[in-house]
Design a protein around this ligand. Sequence first.
Ligand code: SF4
Length: 702
Amino acid sequence: TKREVYPDTVKPSVCPFCGVGCQTEISLKNNDIIRVEGRQGPANRGKLCVKGRFGMDYVMSPERLTKPLIRRADAPKNAKAKLTFADIPDYFREASWEEAMALAAGGMTKVRDSIGGKAIAGFGSAKGTNEEAYLFQKYIRQGFGTNNVDHCTRLCHASSVAALMEGVGSGAVSAPFTTADESDCIMTIGCRPEQNHPVAATYFKQAAKRGTKLLVFDPRKQELMRHASHPVVFEPGRDVPMLNAMIHTIIEEGLFDKQYIQANVDGFEALSEKVKEFSPENMAEICGVEPDYLRELARTYATSERSIIFWGMGVSQHVHGTDNARCLIALSLITGQVGRPGTGLHPLRGQNNVQGASDSGLIPIVYPNYKSVEDPDIRAKYEDAWGRSLDPAKGLTVVEIMDEVAKGNIRAMYVQGENPAMSDPDQTHARAALASLDHLIVQDIFFTETAWFADVILPATAQPEKPGTYTNSNRQVQLAMPVRKAPGEARQDWKLIVEMAQRSGLDWDYSDISEVYAEMASHMASLDNISWDRLLREGFVCYPAKDKDGPGEEIIFYSGFPTKDGRAKLVPTDLLPPDELPDEEFPMVLTTGRMLEHWHTGAMTRRATQLNAQEDEPVVSMHPKDIGRKGLTRGQKVKVATRRGEVTLTLRADRDVTPGMLFMPFCFVEAPANFLTNPQLDPYGKIPEFKFSAAKISAASD
Ligand code: SF4
């Protein structure tokens, strides 16, 4: 029989999972979350997906960290360690906050004072608040005179941001996904919104039902293709030839917007010249799409009155990820499909606050609002504000930091709410690097795989337990206040960063998080007219906001671009293959990604009872024909190997996976996909090629 549980309180919140940023209403009973429902937020309009609705019990997990922990002197770090929550007492002892904070900050200042600030690095979090991101980058920059501070945007959309900054002068989306309501043509590429941005996907599907053309490009089949007017399954890693063939068609057939280009865009001649070599007839075999279909796709996108492009990590996580995004920007600019309702460029953001963390300066090459650390005028402004000289050179990015740790050049790290021991490519290398650090602080809510290598673990608060702002994929800044008490002695992340700074010799003095927001906003023109009080009153405001009361601007670039001369720039691209191609030894293509039920490295969703019950074991997906050809059987244990490692997991038959490909989600600690992935970087965005590794598969008994 169904037992009704009545809440003793119902509070508004924001979903902590993806960049859609759904607003929620959380019902609590005795501090436990018993129900989550959707509110009429600007992004979700009452809707929630399975993660937002049924995944919140991770905050009540018995595995929450509740006391500071210090590594035992007789517990050496082992790069091959595989620990669980039950192992904590063998490796760590509980400590007072005083002892843990003294050790945490003392370890950082010891390395700074003995070796130098450049021997220090920090990973902040795209899951934390904007205020935490701002404080974290300030702590590393001001406290240690280094720009070695980054976060997982490096692993998702860094190449998209590099291309957008170069092309249109802004790394954010030009229009929200809700503008799909007004589009005549929606193009999605390298994203699987039904799994990774499910509420955003509802707008695309509803538009398709109304007759909007829906072009879905992906090397794997996907559910959204069932709704598509134009499904496009193309060869993995061949985005540039396919997209350049579309650009070629648009130019050759005179479908570009000459007037728009003359008024707003530079570089058309060079682009036209470059794409001459990319005719659909020449590119068809390379990208696996028939020439006539390539031409039809180009015509559909270019001639629709309002076309918009959404993309994800299938575009960005390549050694040519920036080139892929440059092609999408070119498609949009030459057809004038930007700056109007129903048009635009929208990289779908992964984590709930990856947009905000990037805006707040949690990036090694820029201060808040993407202001270059190499610009002496900008730097002087921050030196004046922060009262110390700052590093004039760009800092290292996520993978570069891990490389420098491995070489012994970086000796101390502070990791807040990130999990590089699952998310970095080539885990054998990454975990060995983490284990080699002299001093590793992990500030988190769980004993993550990264915490296995920590010297000090600081128990932090989950999203529903702390105040702060989050910026979703649509540029909507949303305020979430605490709805439940944190367990045990867990502390607010922003307060821990402040205390770390104070104990590292900085004279920080914030009595309330709203003061942090005010300071951050004073450095960020994007937050003009969006005060903390306004957010308290209104719940969210989209940036940019022209005045203190009016709505923010959801559509930007309607009259030029935020570049020096107001014009956008086209950047031609060359045909570059993936870094490693299949060969006799590794004949298959391994691609990695997420699944509907699990979020990123699984730290939260593997501890969410209902979600984990749906998908509780690591799988590799393969087309049934390939399974037969290789003499394997669905459900059996198999070994998947690349040049970097091997993991054992269960074989799943999946017709969506193109023959010749393997797909693995990267959330399973039992068989981490990132032991296999290629750390080779895109030269501009410095993002690894997660989406393409040469691989082989065999029965586990072989
Ligand atoms: Fe949360 Fe994203 Fe699902 Fe919305 S779509 S409920 S933000 S996971």
